[in-house]
Design a binder for this molecule. Structure first.
Ligand SMILES: [Zn+2]
Length: 146
C-alpha cells in the first residue's frame, strides 16, 4: 500500500543516529549475507538499534535472529523503558519487498524495515506495518535526547 492510500496512516520516527548505525552495518556486512537486527523505542519513535547475528541456514537469502539473543535484548530494553517496535534487515541482492519469511518475522516482531542494497550500499528503505498489512511512512528525527 503506497503512502496516501486508504488505510494508510502510521508514521514512525527514527532517531538520526539509528539510521546511521544501520547504514554502517550494511556497508560493513558485505554483499553475500543479509544483515539486520532489532528496533526499540517508545510509542512510534525508534531510538535504539541492535545488530544481531544472522542465524538463518541460508543467510544469503534470509535473515533470522536467535530467539535467545532476542529474549536477552528484550529484557535489557524493557528495563530501560523501551519496547520492541520491530526488526530490520538488508536484501543485498533484491528489492525491498517482503518475502514469505519476512512476513512471519513482521508478525513476530512488529514493524519490519527492509533495506535493498546495491554494491553494498543501501538505496531503498521500506517500512512494513503487519497490522495494516501495508507500507508505513517513516521520518528521520534529529538525535534523540533521553
Ligand atoms: Zn527479507
Amino acid at each position: 500500500m503506497p503512502p496516501g492510500a486508504p488505510g494508510y496512516g502510521l508514521v514512525v520516527r527514527f532517531a538520526y543516529d539509528v539510521i546511521g548505525i544501520i547504514r554502517d552495518q550494511i556497508r560493513d556486512g558485505g554483499r553475500r549475507s543479509e544483515v539486520g537486527g532489532l528496533l526499540f523505542g517508545r510509542d512510534e519513535e525508534v531510538v535504539g538499534v541492535f545488530a544481531a547475528p544472522n542465524v538463518a541456514p541460508a543467510p544469503q537469502a534470509e535473515f533470522r535472529i536467535d530467539p535467545e539473543v532476542m529474549d536477552h535484548l528484550l529484557l535489557n530494553e524493557e528495563a530501560r523503558g523501551h519496547e520492541l517496535l520491530g526488526s530490520y534487515h538488508s536484501h543485498p541482492r533484491g528489492s525491498a519487498e517482503m518475502s514469505g519469511a519476512d512476513a512471519a518475522m513482521a508478525m513476530q516482531t512488529g514493524l519490519l524495515l527492509i533495506i535493498a542494497c546495491e554494491r553494498g550500499r543501501p538505496w531503498d528503505w521500506r517500512l512494513w506495518d503487519p497490522v495494516a498489512s501495508g507500507e508505513a511512512e517513516f521520518v528521520v528525527a534529529p538525535p534523540y535526547q533521553l
